[in-house]
Write a protein that binds this ligand. Structure first.
Ligand code: AKB
Length: 318
């Protein structure tokens, strides 16, 4: 891994992955399609307009910058995908297979995030094993299962170095997520700082796996840097960090904002998806094969989230 292209560099993961990779000394092209590149990305290195669906243009960018590794972060998340199933299929399946074809031709390494969305109601929920039933009920989950299978197929059939992680809900303060089922766990921090109150679309008692962005970035980089001879799974690894329900995250916020109020207006679409997903994951394979270990506890994450959001909103830190 030397010259990297990040597709979707202005999104929730990409906005922070680009600087993380550059800080590790990699040459990174920040790729965006419709969205304007982040000013910080433009100042620190090259950028390019890349659309995952435009295979010729993508190939030209790969050749122009002598790219050897692509992080493909283009995605339509779970809730949005339910209202745009064909677009979700296009990005999640046609986009992925097009990139794998290019990887086969140009000998690229490819990272495409998978998700806890690959699991469904029949999957054991706590902890969810590495190798288990993957029968999702969402279009997002279906595309992620297809992406995992395609990635393993290109690996075994054509020797493409394709790797991925089943990300839980990702929590960050730099760029908001959009259209995900786990997004409440980001929104709650912004509303806690802004208004001291939050109306939650997910019911009390609904646990989902979650992860603070610095752990998610480290996981992606560590997996792509891992010695392939140690890996058995490739597509895709369970990675576990945190597991909480709305009351758990609210309790963590109240250590800093004791008057914080949590109420509920459950969204049936989100609730249905959340209930079909795991509470927590068994990530033994990731720990054994490439030494994965999360660093941030819920309270450590809460302290950083509240402090950074307060700064962004020009408010005194709680
Ligand atoms: C979503 O909620 O759709 C995503 C995910 C868990 O993949 N955050």
């Amino acid at each position: 891994m030397k010259n990297i292209l990040v597709i979707g560099s202005a999104g929730q993961i990409g906005s922070e992955l680009v600087p993380a990779l550059r800080n590790r000394g990699y040459s990174v092209v920040a790729g965006t399609s419709g969205r304007t590149p982040m000013p910080a990305h433009l100042a620190d290195g090259p950028s390019a307009v890349v659309n995952l669906m435009d295979r010729d243009a993508l190939a030209k960018t790969v050749d122009r910058f002598e790219i050897d590794t692509v992080f493909n972060l283009a995605a339509i998340l779970s809730a949005t995908a339910e209202s745009k199933p064909m677009a979700a299929w296009d990005v999640g399946v046609n986009g992925v297979i097009g990139l794998l074809e290019l990887a086969r031709d140009r000998k690229l390494s490819v990272f495409t995030p998978s998700s806890i969305g690959v699991f469904g109601p029949e999957t054991p929920h706590n902890p969810t094993p590495q190798d288990t039933v993957c029968r999702p009920r969402t279009m997002y989950g279906i595309t992620k299962v297809a992406g995992e299978l395609l990635s393993d197929y290109y690996r075994s059939k054509y020797g493409v170095d394709a790797r991925s992680l089943r990300y839980p809900g990702l929590i960050s303060y730099v760029t908001p997520p959009g259209g995900g089922t786990t997004d409440y766990a980001v929104d709650i921090y912004w509303k806690a700082v802004e208004n001291g109150a939050y109306e939650c679309p997910i019911a009390a008692g609904t646990y989902m796996p979650m992860m603070f962005m610095p752990d998610a970035l480290r996981a992606a980089v560590d997996l792509m840097e891992a010695d392939a001879s140690r890996l058995r799974h490739f597509n895709s690894f369970n990675v576990n960090a945190l597991s909480f329900d709305p009351e758990g995250i609210a309790g963590s916020i109240r250590r800093r904002i004791p008057e914080f109020r949590l109420s509920y207006k459950v969204n049936p679409l989100l609730q249905g998806i959340a209930e079909s997903w795991p509470d927590a994951l068994d990530d033994t394979a990731a720990r054994e094969e490439w030494d994965w270990k999360p660093e941030y506890s819920l309270d450590e994450m809460t302290d950083i989230m509240l402090r950074e959001i307060a700064k962004r909103l020009g408010k005194a830190a709680a």
